[in-house]
Design a protein around this ligand. Structure first.
Ligand code: AMP
Length: 399
């Protein structure tokens, strides 16, 4: 059987078709510029076949899903004999609030629940709902499952998820730490448990997801007990374009000093800060590393700031766990850059982490990267959020 994983944006539809029981991605696609006057574009890879940015009739998301299904069942990239082989859609949904702590089969009530979380993720949840509706229309009768980015973090205890603000802001407005990238943190935790052959509920790790957006999770007995992102993905470590943790009074200070509106300061902190804003070079870590090597001082300094901001979380989380099995790096930077992992770990000196041996050079694959005498083992585990969503969907459909 096949599960189609959907990650829907306001004008884009990313999908993967995953076969079971092999758990293999047989096709990956992206339809961009949905509904735009310039016309939509379709990129598809299916085995060794594929095409890039082909014009496609996708004036709305339902047409985009139909175009994706047609491409998977006919033409030179076809991998299915019939759409009936798709037994379920698994949707990435960004915010599940306090309502959803696990994947759910989508019905009217679930849709209402997701809508209620719209104000917590106004850019993402409405787009995710459009994708759900489009799949329901394009393939009626096939079940849709929602998998939430926030769900893995719902096990955080109150002492970790509350902000010390007036309590009614939590009670009435649901203001608290939620955390994101939960699907990734869950995937690498589970994969690590399988790797070292330990029951998931006995695993204690700190998972370090370092991509364009970055976050850490503190996992005790297989459950998340803290995470670095907050009500929104702006909190935590320094990221590509986000500032991460700052003095909260800075928001008002900058607004007053610069005469900025709430939206302007929001854009400043989410899109014009982080590696990009401080270095002036760009948001892509490879560009920052290259500039630092060419003696660009601000690029070199933001790299140090970036590594230090991550190390502080690792130190804090390891310090709160009674015992620890590993620190696990994942996502674009975490998986691919031994040099940056090293700088981060150098900032964790008190923990007795020793990278190295023959293992240190792991890129894009699973492996232990710490030396044999390291007090805490360090691993790299490539994340696979789509597979985690497909597994969550398949497990629910079997029940
Ligand atoms: P992601 O959001 O997980 O796709 O990760 C994107 C980030 O990973 C970007 O900042 C890339 O520059 C970074 N990245 C990918 N490959 C490498 C690499 N070999 N070295 C350093 N950073 C990398």
């Amino acid at each position: 059987m096949y599960i189609m994983v959907i990650n829907c944006g306001s004008s884009s539809l990313k999908f993967q078709l995953i076969s079971f029981p092999e758990e293999k991605a047989v096709a990956k696609g992206l339809i961009e510029r949905i509904g735009q006057d310039s016309g939509a574009q379709f990129t598809l890879t299916a085995g060794d076949k594929g095409f890039k940015k082909q014009p496609v009739d996708a004036s709305n998301h339902t047409k985009a899903v139909t175009a994706a299904l047609n491409a998977l069942t006919s033409g030179e990239c076809a991998v299915l004999e019939s759409k009936n082989e798709i037994k379920g859609f698994g949707h990435r949904v960004v915010h599940g609030g306090e309502k959803f702590c696990a994947p759910v089969i989508i019905d009217d009530e679930v849709i209402k629940g997701i809508e209620e979380c719209n104000e917590l993720a106004p850019l993402h949840n409405p787009a995710n709902l459009i994708g759900i509706e489009a799949c329901m229309k394009a393939l009626p009768g096939v079940p849709n499952v929602a998998v939430f980015d926030t769900a893995f973090h719902q096990t955080m205890p109150p002492k970790a998820f509350h902000y010390a603000l007036p309590y009614e802001l939590y009670e009435k407005d649901h203001i608290r730490r939620y955390g994101f990238h939960g699907t990734s943190h869950k995937y690498v935790t589970k994969t690590f448990a399988e790797l070292i052959n330990k029951p998931l509920d006995e695993v204690n790790v700190v998972t370090v997801h370092l991509g364009n957006g970055s976050s850490l999770a503190c996992v005790k007995d297989g459950k998340c007990v803290d995470t670095s992102m907050g009500l929104t993905p702006l909190a935590g470590v320094i990221m590509g374009t986000r500032c991460g943790d700052i003095d909260p009074a800075l928001v008002v200070y900058i607004m007053k000093k610069k005469g900025m509106s709430p939206d302007e300061v929001d854009t400043l902190m989410n899109k014009k800060s982080g590696l990009l804003g401080f270095s002036g070079v760009g948001s892509d870590m490879r560009d920052i590393e290259a500039a630092a090597k060419e003696n660009n001082e601000r690029a070199a300094l933001v790299l140090e700031m970036w590594a230090y901001s991550i190390a502080k979380y690792i130190n804090a989380y390891v310090g709160t766990l009674p015992k620890i099995d590993a620190v696990i790096f994942t996502a674009g930077i975490g998986e691919n850059s031994p040099g940056l992992r090293k700088i981060i770990c150098e900032n964790c000196a008190g923990m007795g982490i020793e990278l190295g041996g023959n293992n240190d050079n792991v890129r894009g694959e699973t492996g232990c990267v710490s030396a044999d005498n390291s007090r805490i083992p360090v691993y790299v585990i490539p994340t696979n959020e789509e597979l985690q969503i497909a597994q969550g969907t398949s497990a629910l459909l079997k029940q």
